[in-house]
Design a protein around this ligand. Structure first.
Ligand SMILES: Cc1ncc(COP(=O)(O)O)c(C=O)c1O
Length: 392
């Protein structure tokens, strides 16, 4: 059965980071880009229509977040994630990375320790380094392809004067949806050592069947208020170019500080089209999202089967959420340092090299499967052909 997501949209010449910067990023034009986390699908028509309606108004002055948007977002959190938030807890910002930087600046001083669970989404490293804070890592444990938190190590690290833990839930790149007992343990440790928990939940709407995302802060409200949650419609509805996100901060003092740093950096003024898109998405985007999730899970099944059958040297770490898959390439007869070159120059696909996510990414690559099935098949075939040549 065909799907709206089967449509191949030509994204070249749209100033797309993924499609128009191949030469710059990978050294050649002719690769199939399967890297940065946006999707090769059109956003839901409810978003496009809302943007066109707003554009037709013709006046684009300063903006303010509307009550409709806060109601749409709080309604979404309640309906999709069972979390009743108060609209006073919301602080909007242009992006989740802006909010991570803001939290670091607002709650820590230069030299303070910030903890990451690695491998992890690479811009967080820059957030820590560029702001002159000290990086502390808690490596996730790979138990035969299933990643888990090493709580003993986490406790040891948090106990040693860590100020902020940046939590990625669901986790990019290993794709875990953390279970309730894991979330409770993270909270218990943050509370015990007085660590502020910054939970990046940007992938929380993109969860596959059999798994349930629980906002960590929803478990914490009563006994621990040092928790801030970062959400955004940009991954869910493929609108990263519209720059809109929100921080959910129940604690008044943490919220005041966060807002004051947003104001200081001048990032509090939001883009009209981002706000319109977010409102439309959270109000009317659910049906589209349900269809998208079915399509993405179908792609994941195709991909997993394909690797098992045709490229068994590459092990798929099946994600429980996100449209990003972590590929264990350690059995390929290619040194880890040469994997990037192999995928670009032999296979002709642009992936994210595992090492950018931290040293735990040694021997891994990250592949984005949010594309029409025909493109996915093309990418998989390119990889198979290159691996077959290696084996000859
Ligand atoms: C875990 C995670 N956080 C944040 C982002 C980026 O969010 P934003 O564009 O809102 O900064 C991404 C994008 O891939 C991500 O995977």
């Amino acid at each position: 059965m065909s799907s709206i997501f089967d449509e191949i949209v030509d994204r070249k010449n749209t100033d797309s980071l993924k499609w128009d910067c191949c030469k710059q990023r990978f050294g050649r034009e002719d690769i199939l880009p399967m890297w940065v986390a946006d999707m090769d699908f059109k956003s839901p028509s409810v978003i496009t229509e809302a943007i066109i309606r707003r554009a037709e108004h013709g006046v684009f002055g300063y903006t303010e977040v509307s009550e409709e948007l806060t109601a749409a977002l709080t309604g979404w959190m309640k309906k999709r994630h069972g979390w009743q938030i108060d609209d006073r807890w919301l602080v909007f910002s242009p992006s989740v990375v802006t909010s991570v930087n803001t939290a670091i600046l607002a709650y820590t001083n230069p030299g303070d320790k910030v903890l990451l669970q690695t491998p992890i989404y690479y811009p967080f490293y820059s957030s820590i380094k560029d702001n002159e804070r000290q990086l502390v890592t808690n490596s996730l444990r790979n138990n035969n392809g299933y990643f888990e938190i090493d709580f003993e190590d986490l406790e040891r690290k948090l106990a040693d004067n860590v100020k902020i833990m940046i939590f990625c839930s669901p986790h990019n790149p290993i794709g875990r949806v953390w279970k309730i007992h894991e979330l409770k343990e993270v909270l218990r440790l943050c509370k015990k050592y007085n660590v502020i928990l910054v939970s990046d939940e940007i992938h929380s709407d993109l969860v596959f069947s059999g798994h349930k995302h629980i906002p960590v802060s929803s478990l914490a409200e009563k006994d621990f208020d040092k928790c801030i949650t970062l959400v955004s419609p940009t991954k869910t509805f493929n609108i990263a170019g519209l720059s809109v996100s929100a921080a959910i901060i129940p604690d008044t003092e943490l919220r005041r500080k966060f807002r004051s740093f947003i104001n200081k950096s001048g990032t509090g003024l939001l883009n009209i089209f981002g706000l319109e898109a977010a409102k439309a998405a959270y109000t009317n985007g659910e049906e589209w999202l349900e269809e998208l999730l079915v399509y993405l899970e179908g792609n994941l099944n195709v991909l997993e089967e394909y690797f098992k059958k045709n490229i068994p040297q590459i092990k798929v770490i099946r994600p429980e959420a996100t449209y990003l898959v972590w590929l264990d390439c350690k059995e390929l007869p290619v040194p880890a340092e040469k994997l990037k070159d192999f995928f670009v120059n032999q296979a002709g696909v642009g992936l994210n090299d595992g090492l950018i996510f931290g040293q735990e990414g040694y021997g891994f690559q990250r592949l984005n499967f949010a594309c029409p099935k025909a493109l996915l098949s093309e990418g998989l075939e390119r990889i198979k052909n290159a691996v077959q040549k290696l084996n000859k």
